[in-house]
Design a protein around this ligand. Sequence first.
Ligand code: PRP
Length: 178
Amino acid sequence: MNDDCDCVLFSQTQIEEGVRALASRLTKEYQGKNPLFVCILKGSVFFFSDLVRWINIPCELDFVSVSSYGRGTVSGELTVKKDLSCDVSGRHVVLVEDIIDSGNTLFKLKNLLKARNPASLKIVTLLDKPARREAPISADDSCFTVGDEFVVGYGLDYAERYRNLPFIGVLKRCVYEK
Ligand code: PRP
């Protein structure tokens, strides 16, 4: 356990079980559809790379990097720092997110990609935090639901730190209230 964490919320074993179960559901759903899995950088990096390795059908991978300004407002600007390499028109797209918090980032990204006419667009997330939702968006599937705690690890950061923790932990309040 990292000294800056109060507790381990999800261990490596629990994460693997949750990710494998989601991969199994997606494998069944996307048989014969050659889905395009999209990693939303950077927080999703470990979740994405573990998830797609358990997907047991032909699929393709792509990466996007966005930043959401005016986090309190649904109408804030979405800046695309790195766009997709693929044309999503007519494709079955699965957006892979690490956490849906306010939902503002994903709401804007979803609208951006829907305008490119994918055949379908599904949102999957490692962690769903519905208590803090502001934008009208929900995950289509998720591994875990969390309460209103500051979680880090397995890709999730605080000020770019803790992403490399192999578990998901609750950050001590004193770390981010200093
Ligand atoms: C985090 C996280 C989600 C988003 C969730 O990304 O990875 O993309 O915030 O928050 P929201 O639901 O309130 O919009 P961040 O912009 O911190 O970038 P990162 O993935 O590089 O950490």
